[in-house]
Design a binder for this molecule. Structure first.
Ligand code: FE
Length: 224
């Protein structure tokens, strides 16, 4: 039996062959390397850059990137915001920020449906405020997700990441659309009108997209 490592997410597979597709990040078979031999393992390992700092410490402290870095470098090595971006990944900026929409969105949708069913104006107002926080948080969520994707996964475009990016964009667009809609016409929740079905459907799309992104995000974080 051999050991294979996904060079995108670091998932370890044991078997004679690597899997056709990484079960964690969706990377193809070709992205797996044989790590059965310890000597071979250290050479091609782009995913390691996030966890360990391969270069000597002065390179991190000074703004100037080291020229003699043998390992794959930070994707932000030429950016003046490199330290900020690396800190965002090290201190889990994306998983933390993503809990704002993932915590509030189910509450928003629940409040909107309860307000509609029981004609609760106060609950409708609460939903609008919460949705506003979600809409405002989404740019930070998208940005920290992009930074994490570059830092931890080398920006590899596998199906898991394309789904996450699509879901993040759907949540952002629908949250802003519904929030502006409610600012213009808050009565759409409690007053029967022709656009109300579309309004509820968009709420469910938003919730589904957030749940899908969260599901794949959880798989990437808890990859064991
Ligand atoms: Fe993977």
């Amino acid at each position: 039996m051999k050991k294979w490592k996904c060079t995108v997410c670091g998932y370890i597979h044991t078997g004679d062959e690597p899997p056709d597709k990484c079960p964690v990040c969706g990377a193809p078979k070709s992205r797996f390397i044989d790590i059965s031999e310890p000597e071979e393992a250290s050479a091609p390992e782009p995913a390691a850059a996030a966890e360990t700092v391969p270069e000597e410490t002065p390179a991190v402290e000074s703004e100037a990137p080291a020229e003699t870095v043998p390992e794959p470098e930070s994707p932000f090595k030429d950016s003046r915001y490199r330290q900020l971006f690396e800190m965002m990944t090290r201190y889990h900026g994306h998983p933390i920020s993503v809990h704002i929409p993932n915590g509030l969105l189910p509450v928003v949708v629940l409040f909107i449906f309860l307000a509609a069913i029981f004609n609760l104006k106060g609950m409708a107002t609460a939903a609008i405020f919460n949705l506003g926080v979600v809409a405002l948080a989404m740019p930070l969520v998208l940005f920290s997700g992009w930074v994490d994707w570059q830092n931890r996964f080398g920006g590899a475009m596998t199906n898991v990441f394309s789904v996450k990016i699509a879901c993040g964009l759907i949540v952002t667009v629908t949250a802003w659309l519904l929030f502006i809609w409610l600012l213009v016409n808050p009565a759409v929740i409690t007053t029967p009108q022709s656009a109300r079905v579309a309004f509820f459907v968009i709420n469910l799309i938003m919730l589904g997209a957030a749940a899908t992104a969260g599901w794949y995000g959880g798989k990437l974080v808890f990859r064991e």
